[in-house]
Write a protein that binds this ligand. Structure first.
Ligand SMILES: Cc1cc2nc3c(=O)[nH]c(=O)nc-3n(C[C@H](O)[C@H](O)[C@H](O)COP(=O)(O)OP(=O)(O)OC[C@H]3O[C@@H](n4cnc5c(N)ncnc54)[C@H](O)[C@@H]3O)c2cc1C
Length: 397
């Protein structure tokens, strides 16, 4: 009898993980089953993920797995982040996953890489412990994909920086205790941008509207304002005017997170569709008794496996320190675009119930629409791939 090759995407699938990773996954899965899955629907309705979840994840050591041991982390590789994403998504809420990862990956990764000892003590250590929540604030009302056009300005006054400007679409805007803010400290273009750590209790820091989204409801998304907001100049993260490079580096991790999120989310939707297709009957047959539907879900599973293989390949290159922005962009592009197609198939098999809020598939499908925008749009991903593939006339690859 031929040996069965395990799928890479299923809940029990090994993936490219070693024993230590598996132990981390088991402990996390146990926590998620007890403390996340039973609450997902409530958090979706409440339109936020509670601070308490991030505190508990920190307390149990799930937030710092990839961060430096000297500051509360465990020094692990990015596969631990992949596990964090996969297990949270498996509980059925992209909103909650975004909230946790906006904190644990987007807001603090560059502090781990580039922060001073004082910055790590003030921001990174409590973030790893889950006692302070972070947000990454790059996007502005007038500048999203074109980060180099951002207008929030930070001007030096003695030992302080004075920030003026606004940010929008910020995950954890309502929850955050600090934000890692991209602001202009120099001239125009990408060379005049710095990342600045701004505590939420700094004078002049204000939260604006909480934004009503069409999906990912358990993630709190909103605006931030800086009105003569004062922070110590020592809060610049990395080199002054060198923030763009940090942002671009941070994007790599964020895009991998998004790609991995899409893959597991597709699998969650596919499992729902399979279960329903085996149970629901029409014309005296389960829906999956119709070859048309077996083939559609077979196509969907093939797409999921292809997306997962691309995502794992990109993570592997990233972990090995290889240049991989093309592969990361491909993984994010393919997974995000596929999630919408797979989600539509998985909702369609539910017929009318796929359009009703009482079935999770409606929400799961709706949530896929965020993937082609967050952490860089599909068009931006294509542009990076095109540039790296030598498709841009006159540009270096
Ligand atoms: C749910 C959610 C959570 C988010 N969380 C955060 C967060 O925590 N922190 C944060 O800083 N930001 C966050 N964002 C913002 C996100 O990163 C931006 O929405 C995204 O980068 C796109 O920017 P934009 O919305 O301004 O669109 P724009 O840049 O205005 O783009 C509009 C359209 O034009 C296209 N376009 C732009 N440039 C080109 C080009 N060169 N070629 C072809 N097409 C182009 C885009 O692809 C898009 O389709 C979040 C967004 C969402 C939806």
């Amino acid at each position: 009898m031929a040996a069965t090759v395990p799928e890479t995407t299923g809940p029990g699938a090994p993936g490219p993980y070693d024993e230590e990773h598996s132990l981390f996954r088991e402990a996390l899965r146990d926590f998620v089953e007890r403390e996340v899955r039973p609450n997902v629907e409530d958090w979706e309705r409440a339109r936020t993920t509670p601070r308490e979840l991030i505190r508990r994840l920190g307390e149990l050591g799930f937030l710092g797995a990839t961060l430096a041991p000297e500051h509360g982390g465990a020094g692990g590789d990015f596969w631990y982040t992949a596990i964090l994403v996969e297990e949270l998504v498996a509980a059925g809420s992209i909103g909650t996953t975004v909230s946790v990862l906006a904190h644990a990956e987007f807001a603090i990764k560059e502090i781990d890489h580039h922060g001073t000892e004082a910055q790590k003590r003030e921001f990174l250590e409590p973030a790893v412990a889950g006692s302070k929540i972070g947000a990454l604030a790059v996007t502005e009302p007038g500048a999203g994909s074109d980060v180099a056009a951002l207008a929030t300005r930070a001007v030096r006054e003695g030992d302080e920086l004075v920030l003026n400007g606004s940010k929008t679409f910020i995950s954890n805007a309502g929850l955050c205790d600090f934000a890692t803010v991209a602001a202009r400290t120099g001239g125009p273009g990408h060379e005049g941008i710095s990342l600045i750590l701004v505590p939420a209790d700094a004078p002049g820091f204000a939260r604006g509207r909480r934004l009503e989204k069409i999906g990912t409801h358990a993630s709190d998304t909103g605006e931030l304002f800086f009105e003569n907001c004062r922070v110590p100049a020592a809060n610049i993260l990395g080199p002054e005017n060198g923030g763009f490079r940090l942002i671009v580096h941070g994007f790599e991790g964020e895009r991998l997170v998004l790609a991995l999120m899409c893959c597991r989310h597709m699998r969650v939707m596919w499992d729902e569709a399979r279960r329903y297709g085996l149970e629901r009957e029409a014309f005296g047959s389960p829906i999956l008794g119709f070859q048309a539907w077996r083939h559609r879900l077979a196509d969907a599973l093939t797409t999921i496996e292809a997306a997962q293989a691309l995502a794992y390949r990109a993570v592997d290159l990233y972990v090995r320190g290889e240049p991989c922005d093309k592969e990361i962009s491909m993984a994010k592009l393919f997974a995000a675009e596929s999630a919408i197609v797979v989600g539509r198939e998985c909702a369609q098999i539910f017929g009318g119930y796929g359009y009703m809020e009482e079935y999770p598939i409606a929400r799961l499908f709706r949530d896929t629409l965020a993937f082609t925008v967050g952490a860089g749009t599909s068009e931006v991903m294509r542009e990076i791939i095109a540039r790296r593939a030598g498709l841009l006339p006159g540009a270096r690859t």
